[in-house]
Every structure is written in C-alpha cells, then in structure tokens.
Design a protein around this ligand. Sequence first.
Ligand code: PLP
Length: 399
Amino acid sequence: MKIVYTDNNATTMVAPEVVEAMLPYFREYYGNPSSMHTFGGQVARKIDIARQQVADLIGASPEEIVFTSCGTESDNAAITGILRANPHKRHIVTSRVEHPAVYNLCKYLAQNGYHVTELGVDSAGMLNLNELADAVREDTAIVSIMYANNETGVIFPIEEIGSIVKQKGSVLHTDAVQAVGKIPLNLSKSTIDLLTLSGHKLHAPKGVGALFIRKGITSSPFIIGGHQEKNRRGGTENVPSIIGLGRACELAKKYIAEEQSRVKQMRDKLESEILKKTPDPRVNGHKTLRLPNTTNMSFEFVEGEAILLLLNEKGICASSGSACTSGSLEPSHVLRAMGVPFTAVHGSVRLSLSRYNTMEEVDYIIEHLPPIIRRLREISPYGRETKLKEQPAQTSART
Ligand code: PLP
C-alpha cells in the first residue's frame, strides 16, 4: 500500500544525502575522535565541520554548539545547567504548552524545591507578554519558552519574549526543536541565550541533538564524564549521527525557502479544502503565526484515534497530538490550555508535512479524510444528536 507520511512533527525521513554522509563513519572511519592518532583525528575534524554546519543554519558560532543525544537531553541540559550554575536562584518561568521534555521537567523541579510559574495561552495558543513581564522576578534563574509548538505549530514571538527577559536580567532558553529547519533563525542577532534542536525533526537520524549556549552564559554540564564537547557534555561522541546532523543542517539551509513556499502551499490547500468539505471543523492555533508545515484540526464528537485508524487503512500517517503523548488516553495538555472544548480536543488530528510530500499526496488526503469524518459522525451517538447541519467553518485562530 502507498504510504502518505504526514507526521513529520513526530519524526522525519532521514534524507538520502544524510545517510550517504554517515555511512563511511560506520564502515571506514570508526576511530575515536579523542584519540591521539591520525585515524581518530580525522574523525574529530569531521565533527568540527558538522559543528560549523549546525552553527551556520542558526547563525551561531561553532563554539556555541554542544552535541547531545536528543532534544529532550538538550532541554534538560539547558534548564538544569543554568539552575546548577545559579544555585541562589530558585524560580523558573515556562508555559503551559511546552513539550513534555520541558513541561514534565519543570513539574519535577517544582516537586523538588523550585518555584515554577506556568504561563497560560489564549484560544489561538498565544502568550500574554504582560503576564510574562510580571512573572519574571529577581530570583528567576531561567525562562524556558518554546519557539514553535509541536502540536499546533504556533510560533511564539521569541525575540520580544527575549527582550522582556533581558530587561528583567534573566536568561532565555527556547526549545526550537520544531522550528529549526522550518523557519529561518539568526542567533547572531538574537535575545536567545540557549536553544535546543533535535536531529530527527529535520531529516537527520533519531538520537542526536544539539544545544546552543551563547558565549558568556555560565552553565554546568548535565552529563558529567570525560572532556568531550569542551567539558560541557561527557561521553564518546555519536560520530555518524553528528555527521548526519551536520549534513541535514546544510540541506535544511538550502531547502528552507521551499518550506515557506511549496510546503506552505500544500499545507494551506490541505487545510482549506478539509475545512470546506467537512461539517463543523476547527483549526487549532493562530492563523498566521504558525509553522508552514503544520495543521491541527478538530472534528467535534469524533474520536481522534478512530480518525487515525481509518486514515491508516488508507496508508495515511497522521497524529492525534504529540507523538510522545498520543500513546496515552490523556487529552492534549496543549489544546486544553487553549480552552479547546473537550469534545473537540478528543477529535483532534495533526497533519505535518515536509519537503518530501507532494501535491498528489495532499489531494489523496483531501479525497479520503472528509468521508472518514462523515462516516464516524454517522455512527457517533453525539454526532447524530446534534444532527450535524453544514455550518460555516469555525476557527480558534486570530488573524
Ligand atoms: N521538544 C519538542 C518541541 C518536540 O517536538 C520534541 C519531540 O517531539 C522534543 C522536544 C523531544 O525531542 P527528542 O525526541 O529528540 O528527544
């Protein structure tokens, strides 16, 4: 069966060029980059090139990039690294819509003696910046606010957030796992102090990530061990994956304009056609301040899981929320924070595209998704009760 993969916020296909770049580092160049001999030294030089490639994509200097094992590690390293370096500061500011890598870490810290302020969002998934300004205090060690939301694609005004954080004398970390490679970033002119990225969201393999730590920011290492990564992260480097991440960043730089144009065009067509062809849909998230590849739609009185199963029968891969939370029956904490009605939270589906999708695939989804919703509505007791009249499309989005 033909597979139409539209779950790219969960993970992406490893680009063929990335696989090519990695293979020699399994087969021929297997030396340890810390070894004194030339065989290891050539691997170390290749890691330097990968570091430069990552830095180039986000407008950073190579010395500001630390390789990690994933986005979750980078988030944990960023937050706990700043807390350990500033033991007298016990307050953290974050948002209610963070990925579990930040959200659950902050919950853990709150249970272990830290004070955590969680900022809410409005119905479009946006923060209130006045609330943020009020929340940052003298003892705020770190503000951790994501760049773009994994479930809705909503993009926060991170530079404005950074200016507020700077005025208040604190440090800003942003989880940019979903933003890097999809929208242009330039950290050379930025208020961001620490930034998380993850390989598998931008066509590199799973199990590799990076943390940007701005020059001058004092942070303690998260993994203590050897002298690797200039003592900022112990452990022998995952050489092939780091090289793959570097190559993926180089490719992302080349393709980023395509994300803004072709990928966005596909997403817009998908969204507008589904809205037209389905009774009672809603788009969850800001209409314009959104990643170009993501749409999160709710179909009230229908179970998201049932939609996914029927899409799956057609070979369409989508998600009912974050990949990390969709294994549980807990409704999405992001949609709940946005005040999406309970009946709509349960009927939410996220479709996330990449440069490997085609317009034919989009048309295939447009052909199959609306009949699936109609079929499920017909068998839903709530759907029948509401006698689903064709109503104008609803959206929680602001323009
Ligand atoms: N942060 C965000 C916004 C994510 O979407 C994800 C993955 O879904 C992560 C962090 C965790 O990244 P990783 O899977 O590399 O640990």
